[in-house]
Design a protein around this ligand. Structure first.
Ligand code: S3P
Length: 432
């Protein structure tokens, strides 16, 4: 792809897109299958850099991961107590999910491990997982008073269940605690301020681990073993579909059919907001992929209008704000994003990056401490922009560019983190 990519405007996007596998579910499939005694086949796994970071870490602990010609994986785990001490530092690359979830899992093992990541990941907060895990008896140390990776993890004397009220709604923090809680000597109860994605809970159930949810409280009893399914078919990632949902909405003469999109209600904030904005979205062929609901989605161009996106819905569309900012620039009226301060600690500070980079295209966006204010519609012009090495920034800028006067994006290769074929798919959908 090279150091920059130049995208021209398009007259419309038409066609069918098979949405690549869900990143969150792909990570969890390898971690849980790695703890099982019997092989698990995983289909529609997301072959992207973040999920491969998880595979590499699990392999380093003795888990076998084999890939067939069609991209299917066969994961042969080591049993619930069978992971082995890694010989070297585990590298989570750019992946917050890998480092945070594995911190919970590793802290409950009877061996020493060290985990690190790339320059972006080493700046992301780790105290949010270390604090509750320490309460459970886990021994985890990190750089700068245990605020950042690299992390050094030594065996716990005992893993104790906790009652913990999470200060931020984070599926990564919740999942790290749940993974450690599997090994505890007493039950764990976690309360979330708002429901975050529940893929871990659903996948636990797929592996025979009962999890109960009452309101915002999740209770987990420790287990001794897992009962693995023979097959996990990963639904398509709605966070990847989001770029097509917005692109087809704002580019006139567009119609896209998005096939196999995960519509887990903890992830569908983007659909609710776009519909509220006046998007023409039809959900068809609803079905189940294991315990995860999926559907096909048809989206056609529509004149959008501005909306207020409040704190309550943010966890259900946390990764979609950059592309929703693009939608807001094409919508009539004001769009306000509130309670989204978590975006400041993603792969980059996404509130700042959105304001700066779309600003280069002429967009006037007001950045607030916890969100954005955007008056639409606005005219964008061609600009040379930078991805900040953040996959979702690169794709949001691409949507903005093809919907207006074109764009040049520096460091576009970062799309490999979650959607390696993104630019190729885009080329295939163009009407021009
Ligand atoms: C993820 C949870 C979210 C999300 C990230 C993936 C997960 O992060 O932004 O892309 O797989 O659990 P937080 O839970 O930290 O908000």
């Amino acid at each position: 792809m090279g150091e920059v990519i130049k995208l021209n405007p398009t007259n419309g996007l038409v066609g069918t897109v098979n949405i690549p596998g869900d990143k969150s579910i792909s990570h969890r499939s390898v971690m849980l299958a790695g703890l099982a005694d019997t092989p698990v086949k995983v289909t529609n796994f997301l072959h992207a850099a973040d999920c491969w970071s998880t595979i590499d870490c699990m392999r380093a602990m003795g888990v076998s991961v084999e890939q067939d010609e069609s991209g299917g994986l066969t994961i042969t785990g080591r049993g619930f107590y069978g992971l082995s001490e890694p010989y070297d530092v585990l590298n989570a690359g750019n992946s917050g999910t890998t480092i945070r979830l594995l911190t919970g899992l590793l802290g409950a093992q009877s061996f020493f491990s060290v985990m690190t990541g790339d320059a972006s990941l080493r700046k992301r907060p780790m105290a949010r997982v270390i604090t509750p895990l320490a309460k459970m008896g886990l021994n985890i140390l990190g750089r700068e008073q245990s605020r950042y990776a690299p992390l050094a993890i030594t065996p716990a004397k005992q893993v104790t269940g906790i009652e913990y009220a999470m200060p931020v709604a984070s599926a990564q923090v919740k999942s790290a605690i749940l993974l450690a809680a599997l090994y505890a000597n007493s039950p764990t109860i976690i309360t979330e301020p708002m429901p975050s994605r529940d893929h871990t809970e659903r996948m636990f159930e797929t592996f025979g681990i009962p999890v109960t949810r009452t309101g915002n409280a999740i209770t987990l009893e420790p287990v001794q073993e897992l009962t693995a399914p023979e097959l996990i078919n990963v639904p398509g990632d709605i966070s990847s579909a989001a770029f097509w949902l917005v692109a087809a909405s704002i580019i006139p003469n567009s119609q896209l059919t998005l096939v196999n999109v995960g519509i887990n209600p903890t992830r569908t904030g983007i659909l609710d907001v776009l519909k509220q904005m006046g998007a023409d979205i039809t959900i068809t062929n609803e079905r189940w992929s294991g315990r995860e609901p999926v559907a096909d989605i048809i989206v056609r161009s529509a004149q959008l209008k501005g909306v207020t996106i409040e704190a309550e819905i943010i966890p259900r569309l946390i990764d979609e704000i950059p592309v929703l900012a693009v939608a807001a620039l094409f919508a009539e009226g004001q769009t306000v994003v509130q309670g989204a301060e978590e975006l400041r600690v993603k792969e980059t500070d996404r509130l700042k990056a959105v304001t700066l980079e779309l600003g280069k295209m002429g967009a006037e966006i007001t950045e607030t401490p916890d969100g954005l204010v955007i008056e639409g519609p606005q005219k964008l012009s061609f600009a040379v922009c930078y991805s900040h090495d953040d996959h979702r920034m690169a794709m949001a800028l691409a949507v903005a560019g093809v919907a207006s006067q074109g764009v040049e994006i520096g460091e576009p290769d970062c799309v490999k983190i979650s959607y390696p074929d993104f630019f190729a798919v885009l080329t295939g959908l163009r009407r021009d």
